[in-house]
Ligand binder design. Structure first.
Ligand SMILES: Cc1cc2nc3c(=O)[nH]c(=O)nc-3n(C[C@H](O)[C@H](O)[C@H](O)COP(=O)(O)OP(=O)(O)OC[C@H]3O[C@@H](n4cnc5c(N)ncnc54)[C@H](O)[C@@H]3O)c2cc1C
Length: 382
């Protein structure tokens, strides 16, 4: 059915066209955390520039408002796993960027506005993961040194005597520096700051191509009734980037999430990791949120389509019933999905793609942490 109210589907009056067609200094495609962060950082650097952010959806539709709200820089088993695929200086660099990104976000938005709570994070282990646990135990000091080098934070990981009623194989591994936040409030505040900073944002505009016209870049929408012109273009569409920059190494990954109704006497407080970061759960007040597990159905979940599947839902339910909340009755409230961007490396792609066209994408499922720094790096590059 034709959407008659979408900005891109109508005929424009002369007055509308006159304003819409004005050339901007910067256009940013994608109004998620990275797009808005880049816009705010560009405004700080170029106070008088014109900045327009375009998004295909009436509210951002990707990951920034659909994530779990972990303010974290990697669980211990995830860091150990990363060290098997990356050099230690690359892992250190990634942790340092995640930590720096969180610091920018907290400073910019404020802990109260983010509903940021530093309750700490924990990693749990099932009986089948005894080997993973033993490796974490053996390498605790080594990983703490690596985190210290990356962030200056000492004694990050330690064994915890708390169990929260969770059936873990062994003790939980505690990270005293981890926190949780409210992604909806985070994005709402970034939107507020953007508007206060005189950043123009248009929703309901899906960009399908851009081309160079002399020195200008012309950005076209899906049916080409509407186009915008700018001097510099930034693409921050993360998992959806391939529609605009097709030769980048970006693979979409769906993540499904469930939140329970309030649970009486919920003892779980904080952010929790399981299975090298693939599964995550946390309290949201007295509710429990759980998500992830795409590694058990990798082919099915390698998609940019939103949706829910029985295989993932059943897997997360089984974890809840047998390991996380074995003795606590709960009722499901709602399910949703979001799309992350992965690839052959966990390193984000921040580069000048072609002359005056910049990309800040592939945040590998840790964009709440990385996003503000990527925005700043883009602003430094343009
Ligand atoms: C379920 C889930 C849980 C997560 N949990 C955490 C967590 O706890 N901690 C953490 O650090 N990270 C987490 N992440 C990752 C984090 O949310 C993302 O890395 C981050 O939000 C990416 O931000 P972004 O701005 O790059 O992308 P997005 O938020 O996906 O924004 C991209 C935007 O581009 C728009 N767009 C796409 N194509 C076009 C087009 N052609 N034209 C116009 N607009 C377009 C989309 O509508 C969207 O609004 C999670 C992700 C998911 C999905």
């Amino acid at each position: 059915m034709q959407d008659n109210f979408s900005l891109q589907n109508r005929n424009f009056s002369y007055w509308e066209s006159d304003v819409l067609a004005r050339k901007r200094d910067f256009i940013i495609i994608g109004a998620g955390l990275v797009g808005l962060s880049a816009a705010i950082s560009i405004r700080q650097k170029y106070p008088l520039s014109s900045i327009l952010v375009l998004d295909r959806s009436s509210i951002p539709l990707g990951a920034s408002t659909r994530n779990a709200g972990f303010a974290c820089f990697g669980s211990i088993s995830e860091i150990i796993d990363d060290l098997k695929h990356m050099s230690s200086s690359e892992v250190e660099n990634l942790i340092s960027k995640r930590y720096a990104g969180l610091e920018i976000l907290r400073k910019r938005v404020g802990d109260e506005n983010l509903a940021f709570h530093k309750l700490g994070g924990y990693e749990i282990f099932s009986d089948a993961q005894s080997e993973v646990y033993n490796e974490c135990y053996d390498r605790l000091d080594e990983i703490n040194k690596l985190v210290y080098n990356a962030t200056g934070l000492s004694n990050c990981f330690a064994l915890s005597s708390k169990s929260f009623g969770i059936k873990s194989y062994e003790k939980l591994v505690f990270n005293q520096y981890e926190g949780q936040l409210h992604p909806g409030q985070m994005m709402d505040q970034l939107l507020y700051i953007s508007r206060q900073s005189n950043i123009e944002i248009k929703y309901g505009v899906e960009v399908d191509s851009y081309n160079t016209d002399e020195n200008d870049l012309v950005v076209s929408t899906v049916n080409h009734k509407l186009s915008f012109t700018c001097s510099k273009l930034l693409i921050t569409t993360n998992a959806f980037a391939k529609s605009l920059v097709d030769d980048v190494d970006v693979v979409p990954g769906r993540n499904q999430v469930m939140i329970t109704k309030p649970i009486k006497n919920l003892s779980i407080k904080g952010t929790f990791h399981y299975d090298k970061g693939y599964v995550y759960f946390r309290n949201v007040g007295s509710r429990l949120l759980i998500g992830g597990g795409r590694n058990i159905a990798l082919e099915e979940e390698t998609t940019s389509d939103f949706g829910l599947t029985d295989s993932i839902k059943d897997y997360l339910r089984k974890l809840l019933n047998e390991i996380i909340l074995p003795d606590t009755p709960y009722a499901e409230d709602s399910w949703w999905s979001g799309i992350i961007a992965t690839g052959s490396s966990k390193k984000p792609i921040v580069m000048e793609y072609t002359k005056n066209v910049f990309v800040g994408i592939r945040l590998s499922g840790m964009g709440v942490a990385l996003g503000s720094l990527i925005g700043q790096e883009l602003a430094d590059m343009v």
